[in-house]
Design a protein around this ligand. Structure first.
Ligand SMILES: [Zn+2]
Length: 121
């Protein structure tokens, strides 16, 4: 009886970690960063760990956006409050950075969104 319990625990741990790894890999795989300025899409970028620097300059102001293996963040901005810089890195689907003075929105969308798009087409 005791031995059976141990096998059961091992099985549960193995299955849980397998599912966790699967989930982590899937959710990290197809993440996209959508950047919008003044309500219009500025660009979409794959969040694949590649270091990318984006200089986004509009008549409202300047934001320097960094994409790398930590996620995405605003490194520099000339907005008055600098709230967007203080947020730091975001890396999960559904997270976003908003620079209100510059009407800049950065959001991460995950693989589930991409799958849904594929089905609806
Ligand atoms: Zn800002």
């Amino acid at each position: 009886m005791k031995r059976l319990d141990i096998y059961l625990i091992i099985a549960v741990v193995a299955i849980t970690s397998f599912l966790f790894i699967q989930f982590t890999l899937q959710s990290e795989d197809n993440q996209e960063v959508i950047i919008s300025v003044k309500g219009e899409e500025y660009g979409r970028f794959k969040l694949d760990g590649k270091h990318t620097v984006l200089d986004i300059e509009t008549e409202l102001g300047y934001n320097k956006v960094i994409l790398d293996d930590n996620g995405v963040r605003i490194e520099e901005a000339d907005c008055p409050d600098h709230d967007c810089v203080e947020i730091g890195f975001i890396h999960r689907s559904g997270q976003s950075i908003i620079c209100a003075p510059h009407q800049l929105v950065i959001e991460i969308v995950g693989s589930s969104d991409a799958d849904l798009d594929g089905i609806s087409i």
